[in-house]
Structure formats: structure tokens, C-alpha cells
Write a protein that binds this ligand. Sequence first.
Ligand code: SAH
Ligand code: SF4
Length: 371
Amino acid sequence: MTVNLLEFQKNGFVRFCAEIGEKPFRARQLERWIHHNGAGDFEVMTDIPKSLRGRLGELAEIRAPRVVRDTTAADGTRKWLLDVGTGNAIESVFIPERNRGTLCISSQAGCALECTFCSTGRQGFNRNLSVAEIIGQLWLASNALHSSQAGPDAPASAAVRERRITNVVMMGMGEPLANFDNVVAAMQLMLDDDAYGLSRRRVTLSTSGLVPALDRLRDACPVALAVSLHAPDDRLRDELVPINRKYPLAQLLAACVRYIEKAPRDFVTFEYVMLDGVNDSVAQARQLVNLVQSVPCKLNLIPFNPFPNSGYRRSGADAIARFRDVLMQAGLTATVRKTRGDDIDAACGQLAGQVADKTRRRERRLAIATA
Ligand code: SAH
Ligand code: SF4
């Protein structure tokens, strides 16, 4: 059996080289070839002797998920559908902006947390993604963006090598903190100078609020943090984000304060999806102001992105503006997230991929609907 080198962090490469009787400096060479230069096979590794390249080809492979579909939206947003085997496919999205390029990465095939307004949540859950499947998304996208830029008219090396992905957000399919070890290992590669060399401020993890794992993240790999709030009180949040029944708001907000002590930014971003007539009233905006008082934060209002049979509508532009104004008048920083790539279903909460649901959620739902 060959080992997939995309599974390895820095110390994995070191151990592998020791196991095959190679000098430790080969570990760094391998890591740099794969993650820094995007090598997909050993033959391009010109500073590694030919005999060792041949041996590596027998013992190891560099295998990312297979690209099933690659779509670009009118606004330049690009989405990859990736096959991860056994009937599952995941999605990654690249969002180009003037001064940065953000890659949105998935952490699980599906999600078990069943937030009612989320398309991934509706799909059910199959399994956690491996380190290779998580970092493989960044490896693939970096390579794809690099080669798409290097067309016949591409300028000479400097411009071609320009880094297109400046930020990574763990905001694709799945709850990253529910796949803690693999997500942390992948994020450590993102931060590693021999791999992607991103600063901790430029890697953001978004969570619906798994409190114990949030505390562990603070110690293991404190990156920028976004928390999916979506409701100003426990009663409504219990309904929209069911994990709230286990970790209610007071516990979650206390964990956010603890997190900030070690975070690379001195605030938490609270995400708040705007659902017409559900959580978008002026009274609820005022409640939200009181709720987040004790937490240094910014608020990011996300207009709801529809999907079939969601049962929700996006709040009107007026309601969103009014809601934001209440927050701003109270001295909070609040922004409205621009919807990107919705013509290719790449906007927040629209990622569905293909999930071989093991939770039998669809059947339960049908049973309830027909009861
Ligand atoms: N599981 C993590 C990260 C993935 S979801 C989390 O829940 O935070 C990334 C963001 O998109 C979350 O804030 C999520 O609540 C939001 N989201 C989910 N469905 C959405 C939808 N249909 N429209 C807009 N935002 C949505
Ligand atoms: Fe899972 Fe996040 Fe969707 Fe909730 S919003 S179901 S936690 S992916």
C-alpha cells in the first residue's frame, strides 16, 4: 500500500523519511515541493536524486480528491465539486476580490448539526474528511488558479507566481470543530512556511458553537474565529441551531471571551443569517446588542441564500439595513456580507455536494411530513 503524502504535517514528513532511511533534510524538500510548489508527482522534484524519486513513486503518492466539476460564476467566483469516494462529493469555493482571494474549504461530507436554514445540514452526515481531503482542497485550488493564470499571454514569472489565495475560511460543508484533529492538522499546514505560509489572521474557522472544542482550539491552533450566532436568545437559537440546546448562548459567549485571549485578532466575528420574519426585527437587533455586550466582536449579517424547500425567505434589503443601523447606533461594527457566486449555488449555505447520508435524516423528515 502506498502512503498519501497529503496526509502529512511537517513531522509526518520527518517520520516518513526516517522510516525509509532517508536524511532528515529530504522531509523539508518533499514538503516544499508538494505544498509550496504544488508538485503532483515525484519526477518534477529535480533536487531529489533520480533513484530516490523512483523509490518514492513506489512507496508513496500525492493524491487529492478528484475534480468532478469546475464552474466559474459571472462574478468570478469559482466552485469545485470534488469526489471523495463512497458516494460523497464536497465543494470548495474561491472568491476573488480586489485585494485578496479567499478559498472556502469543507471539513466534512455533510453535517450532523441540522441547522434548519442550511443546505448542508439538510443533506445529513456521512463522515469526517481526512487531512489529505481538507488540505487537498487548498492544494488543488492553488494549482488550478496558478495554471489558469499562466495562459499563453501570461506575463513572465513574477506575475505568474503571484499568490491568488491570500485567505482561507473553514466555512464550507461541515462543522470544522466536529472534525477537530484533521482540521487542526490541515490548518497547521496552511500556517507552515514550508507549505502555504498564511498568517493566523488569514485563516478563519467558523463554528456553530461546540464549546469544549473551542477551548481546545484556543490552545492547539488559535486562528481567527467566526461564530454562527443567528439568534439573539436561546429560545430561537435552540430552534435554528439545535446544538444550542447543548451549549446555550451564555456558555458560548463565555468561550468566545476566553478564545480572544489567544486569538490573532482581538475580536470574534459573529455571523447572523437574515431570515425574513424570523430573526430580523428591530427588537431582535436590540436584544442582540445586549447579548454581545461583553464580547469584543464584529457582526457579519448574511442575507439568507435560498435552496429548494428551505421554508425560509431572505430578509428584505430594508429590514437588513434597519437591523444593521440598530447595531451600528449602539457602537458595534456591522457589515452585510455580499452574496457571491449564487448563480452557481456557491453562496454561503448553498453548498450541498453529494452526501451519502448515514443519519437517515431524509427518511425521518418524510416520516414526519406524512404522519
Ligand atoms: N459549520 C460551520 C461552518 C460552515 S457554514 C458554521 O455553521 O459556522 C458557514 C456559514 O454559512 C455559517 O455562518 C452558516 O450558518 C451560514 N449559512 C448556512 N446556511 C446558510 C444559508 N442558507 N444562507 C446564508 N448563510 C448560511
Ligand atoms: Fe452544519 Fe454549519 Fe450548516 Fe449548521 S450551518 S448544519 S453547523 S454546516
